[in-house]
Design a protein around this ligand. Structure first.
Ligand SMILES: Cc1cc2nc3c(=O)[nH]c(=O)nc-3n(C[C@H](O)[C@H](O)[C@H](O)COP(=O)(O)OP(=O)(O)OC[C@H]3O[C@@H](n4cnc5c(N)ncnc54)[C@H](O)[C@@H]3O)c2cc1C
Length: 532
């Protein structure tokens, strides 16, 4: 779901190194084995054939995994009850709008001050076109989607290590990098240095391809001219009437692109999970959670904090604190239990499961992640800079600025994502800050990409996921060794209890993973019930 921790060799850095050294095929294989890039296995609505004979199921958590299970199991004839910690459905599928409040671990309470109609998605915000399950439930439940802009050629790439700290346009970095690499390759080809690797027949075609792909001139050179201008844009755009001819801009030097490392960011648009077309629900990501709740809301008990999970041969007993009810803990009973509580929370709940499952629950760390939403007096990124949607990347701790993929060209206020940190030391640093400090840092750092920030800023809100009481982290952060040791144990049924959620999938940190894991868990549970 996310990219670029600040330092140390992260999985993403490792992938990027593999990609650089060994090429894209090697990278695809590496990504697949690390849990990325696998296409969703969703094959259409699940069919749970067979009579559950009045069996009852208690579902813990009303995120997408929990509500998928509730929806499908009730349809199959089960008696279903859901216990949910929050006073709303959706879990991480969550949107903050003006008037919403959020109290993080440590007690800091924020009230969102956004203008009516503006919002930020502190958790999930984009849906790849190949996340078939999410898209199918959206279709079935009538959730309207619109494009999420991942790549905007006119957004910025910024590094403190190059171009005197001045942000560069993605279209310029991309075209100039591609053009100069093509020129080098064309030179090597013409000098016969690739003769061992490229046949005589292919050599001519390769040169033609490099000319087209790299915007080279007739001499296979990449220059400031109208050929490169057609891709990178112009110093002065073509106009109408007298003196309207376009003027080409000067390409960025290859050495500057290399040293600044801006080329690294280009991967954020090429990776399978970030390729066009991506989607977002119209009006906020929580439209998905709300649509699920329209179907299964009557089954959910909100403000119910699970504190103990017991099982024996006859059934499951779950003890919970009812935020709206009596002070004494309450109990709910059922034949079976599907537990979707995130692992950092679950590992602190006394649960009657075998040693293997318990070890798996305790083993998986969750990534640190922070998002900061900022409201500005006007949409200056559109008005002054013609940036309509998309993401600017920076090596500053805020990592990225994402412009809203909606309400383009409107006058008036706007909200953008002013920081999205994921892993790395800066994430821990931001998590340790007060919400106000996070917002202040986002404004300070962001002003280095957009000088308008300080004059136009109005208010902001931040969510640091390790301080979110209902997850205690962003998402499961598996590695190969952990998967080998614990993944199957985490997913196996343990007596009458089975776990589901993004953590029990090969698509961690994606809503698709939550839904697929839930469908898998309920299929296995149903098989056992029907056979019994
Ligand atoms: C910063 C961030 C960015 C992301 N970006 C994307 C994205 O762009 N696209 C995408 O598809 N996915 C993204 N994800 C991942 C996505 O949000 C999750 O994979 C998915 O929402 C998880 O669903 P779930 O049902 O497994 O868990 P959750 O949504 O966490 O549901 C678990 C539920 O259990 C409840 N619970 C917790 N403790 C208790 C308790 N003691 N008693 C009762 N209930 C309890 C919680 O309140 C919650 O409702 C992102 C996540 C984050 C945090």
């Amino acid at each position: 779901m996310q990219q670029q921790p600040a330092s140390s060799v992260s999985r993403r850095d490792l992938l990027s190194l593999i990609g650089t050294v060994a090429g894209s095929a090697a990278m695809y294989h590496a990504m697949t084995s690390l849990g990325f890039a696998t296409e969703s296995a969703y094959k259409g609505p699940i069919k749970l054939n067979g009579d559950p004979k009045g069996a009852s199921v208690l579902i813990l958590g009303a995120g997408l995994a929990g509500m998928t299970a509730a929806f499908e199991l009730r349809k199959a004839g089960y008696k279903v009850e859901v216990l949910e910690f929050n006073d709303r459905p959706g879990g991480r599928n969550w949107t903050l709008r003006g008037g919403d409040t959020f109290t993080e671990l440590g007690g800091a309470k924020q009230t969102c001050e956004f203008e009516n109609g503006l919002y930020i998605n502190p958790g999930p915000w984009r849906i790849p076109y190949h996340h078939h399950a999410v898209l199918d439930y959206c279709k079935r439940f009538g959730v309207a989607l619109e494009p999420f802009i991942q790549l905007n050629h006119n957004a910025l790439l910024h590094s403190t290590n190059g171009f005197d700290g001045q942000p560069q346009r993605i279209r310029e970095v991309k075209t100039d990098f591609q053009g100069q690499v093509s020129e080098l390759l064309a030179k090597a080809t013409q000098q016969g240095k690739l003769d061992d690797a490229v046949s005589k027949e292919d050599k001519e075609i390769l040169l033609q391809a490099l000319k087209a792909w790299g915007a080279l001139d007739a001499n296979y050179a990449y220059k400031a001219n109208l050929i490169s201008g057609d891709f990178r844009g112009f110093a002065r755009d073509p106009g109408g009437g007298l003196g309207a001819a376009p003027t080409p801009g000067i390409p960025l030097a290859l050495s500057d692109i290399l040293k600044s490392q801006l080329w690294r960011n280009l991967q954020n648009f090429a990776l399978y999970e970030f390729q066009t077309t991506m989607f977002q629900p119209v009006g906020g990501m929580d439209m998905i959670g709300k649509a699920f709740a329209k179907e299964v809301g009557s089954l959910i008990k909100y403000n119910a904090k699970v504190i103990r999970i017991q099982q024996n041969e006859r059934g499951v007993t779950v003890t919970y604190q009812d935020g709206n009810g009596p002070a004494a803990p309450q109990q709910a009973k059922a034949d079976w239990c599907i537990c979707t509580i995130p692992l950092p929370v679950l590992s602190q709940i006394e649960t009657d499961v075998g040693a293997r499952l318990k070890a798996a629950i305790d083993a998986v760390p969750y990534a640190a992640s922070i998002k900061v939403g900022l409201q500005f007096k006007r949409r200056f990124w559109e008005e002054d800079e013609a940036i309509y949607g998309g993401i600017s990347y920076t090596n500053l701790p805020i990592r990225q600025i994402s412009y809203p993929s909606t309400a383009y060209n409107h006058s008036g206020r706007g909200v953008l994502l002013g920081a999205y940190l994921y892993g790395g030391p800066n994430s821990y640093e931001f998590t340790a800050m007060t919400p106000r400090q996070r917002v202040e840092h986002a404004v300070e750092y962001g002003s280095r990409l957009h000088p308008q920030y300080k004059a136009e800023f109005e208010n902001g809100i931040s969510v640091a996921w390790h301080r979110v009481p209902f997850t205690l982290g962003c998402a499961a952060s598996w590695n190969d060794k952990m998967r080998q040791e614990h993944y199957d144990n985490l997913c196996q049924m343990d007596g009458r209890i089975v776990l589901a959620g993004e953590h029990a999938s090969y698509l961690p940190a994606w809503m698709e993973g939550a839904i697929l894991s839930s469908l898998d868990a309920i299929s296995r549970l149903h098989e056992r019930v029907v056979k019994a």
